[in-house]
Design a protein around this ligand. Structure first.
Ligand SMILES: Nc1ncnc2c1ncn2[C@@H]1O[C@H](COP(=O)(O)OP(=O)(O)OP(=O)(O)O)[C@@H](O)[C@H]1O
Length: 765
C-alpha cells in the first residue's frame, strides 16, 4: 500500500523550532536554486542579445546561427519562467549505494544500499540528498541541485515504501509558493533506523502530504499530483512504452492523473520518438477542459493533443447526445455493414442519369440503364474505397462504349489499335456531356453527405435491411435529421471517411521537436511565433496518426469508437486506462472485442490501481452497494480517507426542483469548492434552470457528463431514474455516486421507493 506510516507518534509532537529549522534548511536550498535559475536566465538573455548583435552581420550563416541561438534561449526562458512557480517539491535522503556509479543527472544510480551502509547497531549515515522538482537544475559544477521528477534518480521518491525502501531513509514533501518554503512533511521509510545527516540525527516532520493534498477544496480544473504520486501509480507512469500498457482501477484511483503524468514522462524519456505526437482521448469536452491545465503545469503541452472522443474528426464537433437506444445502434459494430452499404447506395441517391449518350468518331453511342447498372455493379466489386473506385468505373464505361463503337476490330496491328483506342478515350473524356454524366452518375461523396442521406428512413431501411430492426432504423434516421452531430455520429463520419476514401490531404512536413532536432530556420519560425497552445492545436489538426495514444475512460468506447481511435494509432504504442464497472456501454463484450481489434496483437502489460484517493470511506461504502448490483463480485478500491460525514438522504417534498436547489445551496455553505448536481440525462436542461442564481461554484450535469469529473460535494438526483435510463444505468449510477471528495446528498423521488430514513431502494443493504 502506498500511504506510509509516520513516525510522528513515535517521536511525539515535533517541536516547532525543529520544524522551523527544517523549513529554513529547505529555504536555503530553494534560494540557491533560484540564484542558479537567475544565472541561467541571464545567460539566456545574454544569448538572445548576443544573437541579435550577430544578426547585424547579415551573412546567411550568421543569420541561421542567430536564429538558432535566439530560439534556444527563447525556449530556455519560457521554460524557466513557466516553471518558476512551485517547482521544487520533494527531497529524498539516501544511504550509500551498492556501487559508486553516477547517472547523467549527477545522482548515484544504485537502487539498493551498500552492504555496510547500515551498521550493526541500526545506525547509518545519509550519503546523498536529492531534491526533486518539475525540471532538473545543475549547479556550475554539474552537481544536481534539482532532479527532474521524471529522471530515473527521482523514481525512489515515488517508489520507496517502508516495505521496500531501497536506499531511501526519509522522503520529504516540500510545500512552497513562489520563492517561499511554507512547510515540509516527511515519511520515514526505515523507522527502525537511527540515521545521521552531517552528524545530527535525521529529524522527521509532518502529518502526511498526501492527506493534505486530498483534503483540499476542488476547483473547476484538475491539479497535477507530481508531489504525491504513489508507488503503484508510479509503476504505470514509468512503464516502458513498448506495446500496450493496460491499466484498470476503480473510481478515484488516479487513472486520469496517471495517464496525464505518463504523457509528460514519455516525452521526457524519449522526446525524439514522441515528436510524432501523443494523443489523449477523453470521453467528454468537460473532462478535457477539467484536465487541460495539468500538462502545462508539468512543463509539457506542445506534443500532446487532448481531445474529446466527439472532437476527433476535424471539422465536426459533437454537440448532441443520442438516446440510449440510438446510441446502442450507432455505436455497435453492426453499423459497419450499414455504412458500407450506405456509401455505395449513396452514389444513386440523387437520381443519377438513366442513360449515357456521347458522340465519338462522329458516331452517337449510347449505354442504357441496364448496361449502366452492370458497369456500376462490376466497378463496386473492387475493394477500394468508393471514391477511389471512380476511375475504375470510368474505365469500364469507356470499355463498354468502345465495344459498342465497333472500332475494336478495325486494326489488327496492336500498336495502331492501341492508338485508336486512346484517341477514342480522349475524344469521349473531353466531352462535356461525359464529364457531367460521370459527376452525376458517380459523384465524389463526402462522409457528411452520406450520413445526411441516412436520415431518410426509407433509404436507411434499404441499407440496413436485416442489420438493424425497423424500430432502430426509425430512431436512427430521426436522430440524423436533428441539427448538429452527436458523439456517436463522429465515429460514423470517421468510418465513412475510411469507406469512401475521402481525398487525401496534402502531406505536411513531420513536426520535429526543435529542442532535439534543430535543423533549419523553417522549424524555428513557427515555434517562436505561436503560443504553446496554438502549436498544440495546430499539430492536433495536422496529425492523423500519433506515436502514442492514451485512452482515458476506455470502458466507454463503443466498437465504432474503438475503430476510430484505432486508426489514429496504427503504428503507435498505447496506454489504455479504464474501469469496466463504470462502463456506460450496454454490451461490454462487444466493445472489448473491438478494443482488441484496435490494439491488434501487440503484447499488453497489465496494471491495477487499488486505492481510491477521491472519495471518503463513507461515500465509497455507499457506492459499493451499487457496484455489487452492477457488477456482482467486483472489488471496490480502498478509500484512504474518512471525513466522518455520512451521505445525506432527502426525499422530495414539494417539487423535485425546489428540493434539489435547497440541497445544493446547503452544500455550498458546507464546502469551499465546487458542488455538482448529477441528474438523469433527460433532466439536464431542467436541472440547469433549478440552479439558476446559485453562482458558478455549482453545476448541473447529466449522468454521462459526470464521467471523470469530481466535486467537493455532489447531489445525486433520483438514483432509480439514472439507473433506469439505459441498459448500463447501474454502472452510470455508480459513476454518479463516486464524484464527491467530501459530501454526498442523495435526493429520492417516489420511484426510488425510499424507506423512512429516505434511503432509496437501490442504496439499501
Ligand atoms: N497520488 C495522488 N496524490 C494526490 N492526489 C491524487 C493522487 N492520485 C489521485 N489523486 C486525486 O484523486 C482524484 C481522482 O483521480 P482521477 O480523477 O485521476 O481518478 P480516476 O481513476 O480517473 O477516477 P474515475 O475513474 O472516477 O474517473 C483526483 O483529485 C486526483 O488528483
Amino acid at each position: 500500500m502506498a500511504v506510509q506510516a509516520h513516525r510522528q507518534d513515535a517521536v511525539g509532537s515535533v517541536h516547532d523550532s525543529v520544524r522551523d529549522r527544517e523549513i529554513s534548511v529547505e529555504q536555503e536550498h530553494l534560494d540557491r536554486v533560484y540564484r542558479r535559475l537567475e544565472e541561467k536566465i541571464h545567460e539566456a538573455e545574454f544569448l538572445m542579445q548576443d544573437a541579435a548583435r550577430r544578426g547585424q552581420v547579415g551573412t546567411p550563416g550568421a543569420l541561421a546561427e542567430r536564429d538558432a541561438q535566439v530560439f534556444r534561449a527563447g525556449i530556455h526562458l519560457s521554460r524557466l519562467n513557466n516553471e518558476f512557480e512551485d517547482f521544487l517539491f520533494g527531497r529524498i535522503d539516501l544511504l550509500t549505494g551498492k556501487d559508486g556509479k553516477k547517472g547523467p543527472d549527477g545522482a548515484y544510480t544504485a537502487i539498493e544500499p551498500a552492504e555496510g551502509a547500515v551498521r550493526p547497531d541500526s545506525t547509518a549515515d545519509i550519503a546523498e540528498t536529492l531534491h526533486i522538482g518539475r525540471i532538473g537544475v545543475l549547479d556550475q559544477d554539474y552537481a544536481p541541485l534539482v532532479i527532474d521528477w521524471r529522471a530515473p534518480a527521482a523514481a525512489p521518491f515515488y517508489r520507496s515504501t517502508p516495505v521496500d525502501p531501497g536506499r531511501v531513509v526519509r522522503r520529504r514533501v516540500i510545500r512552497s509558493k513562489g520563492r517561499q518554503v511554507l512547510g515540509v512533511e516527511d515519511d520515514l521509510m526505515r523507522p527502525e533506523l537511527t540515521a545521521y545527516l552531517d552528524g545530527d540525527e535525521l529529524p522527521v516532520i509532518g502529518d502526511g502530504a498526501l492527506m493534505a493534498a486530498l483534503g483540499q477544496a476542488r476547483s473547476h480544473t484538475m491539479r497535477d499530483i507530481v508531489a504525491s504520486i504513489q508507488a503503484e501509480q508510479d509503476l504505470v507512469i514509468r512503464a516502458p512504452a513498448a506495446s500496450v500498457t493496460y491499466v484498470e482501477g476503480g473510481p478515484g484511483t488516479g487513472k486520469t492523473a496517471v495517464a496525464l503524468h505518463r504523457a509528460a514522462y514519455l516525452l521526457y524519456q524519449d522526446r525524439r520518438r514522441y515528436a510524432g505526437g501523443i494523443l489523449i482521448v477523453s470521453p467528454t469536452p468537460l473532462l478535457v477542459a477539467y484536465t487541460e491545465g495539468v500538462l502545462p503545469s508539468l512543463g509539457e503541452e506542445g506534443q500532446v493533443a487532448i481531445r474529446a472522443i466527439g472532437s476527433l474528426v476535424d471539422g465536426s464537433e459533437a454537440t448532441l447526445y443520442d438516446s440510449p437506444a440510438v446510441a446502442r445502434a450507432k455505436g455497435s459494430s453492426r453499423m459497419l455493414k450499414v455504412l458500407r452499404k450506405a456509401a455505395r447506395g449513396a452514389l444513386e441517391m440523387n437520381d443519377p442519369p438513366a442513360r449515357l449518350r456521347v458522340v465519338a468518331f462522329g458516331r452517337r453511342l449510347e449505354l442504357e440503364a441496364r448496361d449502366l447498372d452492370g458497369i456500376r455493379h462490376a466497378a463496386l466489386g473492387g475493394t477500394a474505397p468508393v471514391n477511389l473506385l471512380r476511375p475504375r468505373a470510368r474505365k469500364l464505361l469507356l470499355d463498354a462504349l468502345w465495344e459498342r463503337s465497333g472500332a475494336a476490330g478495325r486494326h489488327s496491328d496492336p500498336e495502331l489499335a492501341a492508338e485508336l483506342r486512346s484517341s477514342f478515350d480522349e475524344d469521349i473524356t473531353s466531352e462535356d456531356a461525359f464529364i457531367a454524366f460521370l459527376d452525376a452518375w458517380w459523384p465524389e461523396l463526402t462522409p457528411g453527405a452520406v450520413l445526411d442521406a441516412m436520415a431518410d428512413e426509407r433509404r436507411l431501411g434499404r441499407w440496413a435491411r436485416r442489420i438493424l430492426n425497423p424500430g432502430e432504423v426509425r430512431k436512427v434516421a430521426r436522430s440524423l435529421r436533428r441539427e448538429g452531430r452527436t458523439v456517436h455520429d463522429i465515429a460514423l463520419l470517421d468510418e465513412l471517411q475510411a469507406v469512401l476514401g475521402a481525398p487525401a490531404r496534402p502531406r505536411r512536413k513531420r513536426e520535429l521537436d526543435p529542442l532535439d532536432q534543430l535543423t533549419g530556420l523553417e522549424e524555428l519560425m513557427p515555434v517562436r511565433e505561436e503560443s504553446q497552445r496554438e502549436r498544440a492545436e495546430r499539430l492536433a489538426q495536422e496529425r492523423v496518426e500519433y506515436a502514442h495514444v492514451i485512452v482515458d475512460e476506455a470502458q466507454d468506447l463503443t466498437p465504432m469508437q474503438w475503430r476510430m481511435v484505432g486508426r489514429r494509432g496504427r503504428h503507435a504504442t498505447w496506454t489504455v486506462v479504464g474501469d469496466p464497472a463504470q462502463s456506460s456501454w450496454s454490451d461490454p463484450d462487444e466493445a472489448a472485442q473491438a478494443r482488441d481489434e484496435a490494439l491488434g496483437t501487440r503484447p499488453r502489460r497489465r496494471f491495477e490501481l487499488t486505492v481510491n484517493y477521491r472519495n471518503p470511506a463513507e461515500i465509497a461504502e455507499l457506492a459499493s452497494k451499487v457496484l455489487a448490483l452492477a457488477m456482482p463480485g467486483s472489488v471496490s478500491p480502498k478509500a484512504v480517507r474518512s471525513t466522518g460525514v455520512e451521505p445525506r438522504f432527502t426525499v422530495v417534498e414539494d417539487t423535485l426542483g425546489a428540493t434539489v436547489r435547497d440541497e445544493a445551496a446547503r452544500l455550498l455553505e458546507r464546502v469551499d469548492g465546487t458542488v455538482g448536481v448529477v441528474v438523469a440525462m433527460q433532466r439536464r436542461e431542467e436541472a440547469r434552470r433549478w440552479l439558476a442564481g446559485l453562482g458558478d461554484r455549482v453545476v448541473a450535469l447529466g449522468s454521462l457528463e459526470a464521467k471523470g469529473l469530481e466535486y467537493d460535494a455532489t447531489v445525486v438526483v433520483s438514483p432509480a431514474e439514472i439507473a433506469d435510463e439505459s441498459p448500463a444505468g447501474l454502472r452510470v449510477l455508480y459513476v454518479a455516486l463516486t464524484r464527491a471528495t467530501q459530501q454526498l446528498t442523495v435526493v429520492s423521488a417516489g420511484r426510488d421507493e425510499p424507506d423512512t430514513a429516505g434511503v432509496p431502494d437501490l442504496l439499501r443493504d
